[in-house]
Design a protein around this ligand. Structure first.
Ligand code: MG
Length: 233
């Protein structure tokens, strides 16, 4: 039996349902901007993707600095606003509004209790591609560290987040880590690639579509401590 010392968690769609949060944050921020500058052509998802490509060409850090990406998108969409310092001011303020709303989340049932239990036996950490700051929430107290794409200077499923874990922890090997997340590639393949054990949070009955074995899955946070106990204790 493996001896697990550290459990790392994804945030978005693992600890909370991120879709309603981001949708609301987007809508409210756009409304705030339009109240100041009038109607803006926001474009659809394909426009977003091509704009993102364009911005990454101009500034490669935008690939993993998603806060900068969001600001630069606002700046592009507000190109018609002048003078420039007014535009920059609106961009900064809009981003602050967005990031506040982005933290208006509702944890899945059982998250707090599971983290509390697990933190008494294991070190816990966060590995996220997003820009939510776990230390803005009550549950922040259970985590020894949080590494985002900004700190890893790369995104999951690339290995940089785990390299950063080793750098910070020193006294740990991949063999002693368990990673928990919802995303088949960005969490499960990400860890599997390095021989790190995983648990798959699958609360919407998704089909496993990878060409390697499906890890143990769970759909309800209240069952997590027992699953870990059965597997590793
Ligand atoms: Mg996720």
């Amino acid at each position: 039996m493996k001896e697990i010392k550290l459990i790392t968690f994804d945030l978005d769609d693992t600890l909370w349902d991120n879709v309603p949060t981001i949708k609301r944050a987007e809508i409210d921020t756009r409304r705030w901007i339009e109240d100041r500058v009038g109607k803006v052509e926001w474009g659809d998802f394909n426009d977003f993707l091509s704009l993102r490509e364009e911005l990454i060409k101009e500034d490669p850090v935008i690939e993993w600095d998603i806060s900068k990406l969001r600001k630069e998108i606002f700046r592009k969409k507000l190109e018609h606003v002048s003078p420039k310092n007014l535009r920059d001011e609106i961009v900064e303020e809009a981003f602050n509004i967005f990031i506040d709303k982005r933290h208006e989340i509702k944890l899945f049932d059982g998250v707090e209790n599971a983290l509390s239990l697990l933190s008494s036996k294991y070190s816990l950490g966060v590995l996220t591609n997003g820009n939510a700051d776990v230390y803005k929430f009550n549950i922040g107290k259970y985590f020894k560290f949080a590494i985002s794409s900004l700190e890893a200077k790369n995104s999951k499923p690339n290995r940089a987040h785990f390299d950063e874990v080793i750098r910070r922890f020193k006294d740990i090997s991949f063999n002693e880590i368990l990673h928990i997340g919802d995303h088949q590639i960005n969490d499960i393949f990400f860890a599997y690639n390095l021989g790190i054990d995983t648990l798959w949070f699958n609360n919407n009955n998704a089909e496993w579509i990878q060409d390697f074995a499906k890890p143990t899955e769970f759909s309800c946070w209240s069952s997590l401590p027992k699953i870990i106990e059965d597997l590793y204790e």
